[in-house]
Design a protein around this ligand. Structure first.
Ligand code: FES
Ligand code: FE2
Length: 335
């Protein structure tokens, strides 16, 4: 760790300038958002363009044409090539510049005109982007390969909230009776049992617990759950229904937060469940959307970045997972 660098990041409270965060994977779009047109996304304060090449495979690059810096995301895709809106230079999905119309057909094109393409993956119905050198993979969800499970994606939202506050919130259950009074919360026990944080698998760190909640039909349901994080901002919540209409079934909820900048974030979630496959997708997603809207309402009222120095805020027993997330996130940011 470079001490000056670490101190500067901590002083400014701007985690987006962290070099280490560039080496992580982020969800920047729903896979269905990237169709026949290029899409511009902002990640860690910088603009990128994502498009689909001829074979349907995703491609991504900085949203800047090497000619005169026009935003490539305002262009179009022709025969799998990204075409700049300004002078119509065309770029193949490997970044190679394949057409400079003003030079005439067959003219040689300098390698300097090529785009540096970035790593982009399509996984769980989501588009994952890494703008640096990835130090790992997106988190693995074993249920995705299990045909008993149906997968549903919610689509992207933009929240005026810091990704740091969102990850902290998604690791926290103590707010359920208050923030989620309109959904799962009304009869949730406000006392949170002691939390013991462990590695739940190779990709997630979290804890297991049991709750009594209301489901979307108002049934009292006993659920065995786990909540866990995968740095930097992915949180997973697994549910095994011990009682109620879904007794014996499972559900996985993946909460994906992506920093657009320090205080603006993309949010989406994915649900896998091995029950009630006949229920329309929108009906399945509606309850989780309502829960997300409750979190959003609270978090958009809290300004700025969550202080990465843990001593700036007071934490209690129920914050154990959030505090562990923050400790590891802070170490990552300055690494
Ligand atoms: S700025 Fe893109 S082709 Fe000129
Ligand atoms: Fe919440």
């Amino acid at each position: 760790m470079a001490d000056g660098y670490a101190a500067a990041l901590m002083d400014t409270g701007s985690f987006c300038r962290s070099r280490a965060l560039r080496d992580q994977w982020y969800v920047v779009a729903d896979a269905s958002d990237i169709a026949s047109s290029p899409v511009g996304v902002t990640l860690l304060g910088d603009r990128y363009v994502v498009w689909r090449g001829n074979d349907g495979e995703l491609a991504a690059a900085a949203d800047r044409c090497p000619h005169r810096e026009a935003p490539l995301s305002l262009g179009h895709v022709r025969d799998g090539c990204l075409v700049c809106p300004y002078h119509a230079w065309a770029f193949a999905s490997d970044g190679g510049c394949v057409d400079v119309p003003s030079s005439g057909p067959g003219a040689s094109i300098s390698a300097a005109a090529n785009l540096d393409v970035l790593l982009v993956r399509e996984l769980y119905g989501l588009v994952w982007l890494c703008v640096g050198t990835p130090v790992g993979e997106p988190p693995r969800i074993a249920q995705d390969a299990d045909p008993a499970f149906r997968r549903l994606t919610a689509g992207m939202e933009t929240w005026s909230a810091s990704a740091t506050r969102m990850a902290d919130n998604f690791c926290d259950v103590a707010h359920f009776p208050y923030v989620h009074a309109g959904t799962i919360g009304p009869d949730t026990d406000p006392v949170v049992a002691p939390i013991s944080v462990v590695a739940l698998d190779a990709d997630f760190t979290g804890y297991e617990y049991t709750v009594e909640v209301h489901d979307e039909h108002g049934n009292d349901v006993r659920q065995r759950m786990s909540t866990a994080f995968h740095l930097p901002f992915i949180v997973r919540s697994d549910t095994f229904y011990e009682s109620g209409p879904r007794a014996g079934h499972d559900r996985v909820l993946l909460l994906c937060t992506t920093p657009v900048d320090d205080v603006t974030s993309l949010f989406t979630f994915v649900v896998w469940r091995n029950h009630d496959h006949e229920v329309p997708a929108e009906d399945v997603l509606a309850f989780d959307r309502a829960i997300g809207a409750e979190d959003r309402r609270m978090l958009e009222r809290i300004a700025g970045v969550l202080p990465l120095d843990a001593s700036s805020t007071v934490s209690v027993r129920s914050d154990r997972l959030s505090v562990e997330w923050r400790r590891r996130f802070s170490a990552l940011v300055v690494s």
